[in-house]
Write a protein of this length. Structure first.
Length: 154
């Protein structure tokens, strides 16, 4: 089952990367580095906000996970960033990311790499002490209640 889901993910990611080529901001749906969640990044005022719109469950009938306050993670805004121009002239979106499991807040920088993947660098204090993840575009469907479809290529 996991193999079918990964094949569908590869197909959907390639399709989505082609569709995202026209935008300079990381707006769209992104699958996280561990492939456990899909985050929808959209404008919220002059900033960008990221909301959980899909969660991969180990078993289809498992309950949807809750956040640190006991609310469903589905729909939770976990990312808010504002645009900044770095020393190279590239736009970097700077703000905060929240770990939905425990409520920890980290500073964050996001930007698109040359392959049009979203690069998220989260850290506390100094950026050199952080961790970087690469999220890939996601154009497949999500099911009701934030479930990711195992057959997402349909």
């Amino acid at each position: 089952m996991r193999r079918v889901w990964l094949l569908a993910l590869a197909f959907c990611s390639a399709f989505s990367a082609a569709n995202a080529a026209g935008t300079g901001a990381p707006i769209g749906r992104w699958i996280t580095a561990n492939h456990d969640a899909v985050i929808q990044i959209a404008p919220c005022g002059t900033d960008l906000c990221g909301q959980i719109v899909g969660i991969q469950l180990a078993h289809p009938h498992d309950p949807m996970p809750n956040d640190w306050q006991g609310h469903p993670q589905c729909g939770l805004t976990i990312l808010q960033t504002a645009p900044r121009v770095d020393a190279t002239g590239a736009t970097v979106w700077v703000g905060e990311v929240i770990d939905p499991r425990d409520g920890s807040i980290y500073q964050a920088q996001i930007q698109l790499d040359p392959a049009r993947h979203l690069v998220l660098h989260g850290y506390i204090g100094l950026a050199i002490f952080g961790r970087t993840q690469t999220w890939t575009p996601y154009a497949c469907r999500t099911l009701a209640g934030c479930h990711l479809a195992a057959d997402s290529a349909d």
